[in-house]
Design a binder for this molecule. Sequence first.
Ligand SMILES: Cc1cc2nc3c(=O)[nH]c(=O)nc-3n(C[C@H](O)[C@H](O)[C@H](O)COP(=O)(O)O)c2cc1C
Length: 249
Amino acid sequence: MTGILYFSSTGNSLQIAQRVKDRFGGNIIYIPKYDGDGSEFQRIFIVTPIYSYGLPTPVFDLLPRLDKSKEIFVIQNYGGMVGGADALFYDYAKQYELNVKGIYTIKMPENYTLFIVPPKFYTKSVLKSSNKRIDKILDKIENKGYELPKAKVNIAKKQTYLKNKGNWHIIGDRFSVNDNCVKCQKCASICPSKNIVFEDGKIVFKDNCIACLGCYHRCPQKAIVYLDKKSKYRYVNPNVNEDEIGKNS
Ligand SMILES: Cc1cc2nc3c(=O)[nH]c(=O)nc-3n(C[C@H](O)[C@H](O)[C@H](O)COP(=O)(O)O)c2cc1C
């Protein structure tokens, strides 16, 4: 059985994970709810967004405990620039002696949209070609055209990534809810780091945000606002059922 371990806040990685399952079968597993080591699977796919030219915290935390004997294929997706995130992933994989066979990157719509919003036509065209581009990667894996990053990890970039990762929790302090909030608590239930709680009748953001922006994008009322309190563009991948983000299947 293939294990398709994924992290996703707005559905891009889930779209890819589902495409992997359509091709190779297996179980789709949401990483933040998974405490295993992958030993129950014959081979493992890790499908993850790129964060700050690196890895989201739940994926970073998964790597050290993964079974070293299993073949691992990694599909990283990004909104604008890989920035060496593939080399960084490979560097960590080697550090933990993981049996990584291939690392592939694919462009998907940008979800880091707190400051810059990509033009609609651009997001549409990236989505339109996405399945074709995912399939190209899966063809390579199926035909054993395994690819690994040739470039060595850039130490300065690695340090910047680790610094950013260490600061992500601050983003949580900058979120608040506006008057549109109906206290449905969906944000609290989908938060992968349990950073949002309902206390004394209020939505409260704690200090362990991992900056995934899932709450911001997926609030049904667009009531979660960032520093400037303006309600802006929200994105959820239209090729997946939003309720499936964060679930196993
Ligand atoms: C905190 C954060 C950091 C990000 N950093 C990068 C980055 O360094 N390079 C990039 O191209 N995209 C970056 N992105 C965009 C995501 O990688 C991209 O939109 C991805 O497809 C989202 O996947 P998901 O829908 O499965 O969550 C970032 C997104 C977030 C939330």
